[in-house]
Ligand binder design. Structure first.
Ligand code: FES
Length: 195
């Protein structure tokens, strides 16, 4: 699906809306649901998080809670994926191969994922733990080097590309972590390993 039809303003609204819906769902629905489960089912529910992918549009990022941590799911567009091997981006990265970063073996590739389109990542800056913002539009004056889009941590100014790889010159030492996950079908993925 082309992203040319995705208006950046609309994307921001979708992004914000999905985050709020996700947060409300986690806060008000998960607790009573887990209380009604058997102990083993409750452990399983906390260990994993199943996510419906059908409502995530190209270019959109949603946030879910998994084991008390925010996890982003980003449906990357072809344009976003192109930047991951663009020398203008790669030459800025501290750890382009993620050799010093936390991720499963299946993420040992430039897109750091099972499927290039889908990024699943723990949304915690590796410097001091702030939650970065999502800045998918190229340009912008908050980052001194060439910015092709990605994530930016406003706490102390760390930049990350669309795979969560940290930019040289950032105080963050490593790329953001990729958790274990697997696709249950074309429209559903599960974060974490079943207990
Ligand atoms: Fe992100 Fe310091 S916590 S740059």
């Amino acid at each position: 699906m082309s992203t040319d039809s995705v208006n950046p303003n609309r994307r921001r609204i979708l992004n914000w809306t999905a985050g709020v819906v996700g947060a409300v769902g986690v806060g008000y629905a998960a607790v009573p649901f887990i209380r009604s489960m058997s102990p083993s089912a409750a452990v399983q529910a906390k260990a994993t998080k199943t996510v419906d992918l059908t409502k995530i549009e190209p270019g959109q990022r949603i946030t879910v809670s998994w084991q008390g941590k925010p996890v982003w799911i980003v449906r990357r567009t072809p344009e976003m994926l192109e930047t991951l091997e663009d020398p203008a981006v790669v030459d800025q990265l501290k750890d382009p191969d993620s050799s010093a970063s936390e991720q499963p073996d299946f993420a040992a590739n430039p897109h750091r994922s099972r499927e290039p389109e889908w990024l699943v990542m723990v949304a915690i800056c590796t410097h001091l733990g702030c939650i970065p913002s999502y800045n998918p539009e190229p340009g912008g004056d908050f980052w001194s080097a060439k910015w092709e889009g990605g994530f930016f941590c406003p706490c102390h100014g760390s930049g990350y590309d669309f795979s969560g790889r940290v930019m040289a010159g950032s105080p963050a030492p490593r790329n953001m972590a990729v958790p274990f996950y697997e696709f249950l079908s074309d429209s559903e993925l599960r974060i974490g390993k079943p207990a």
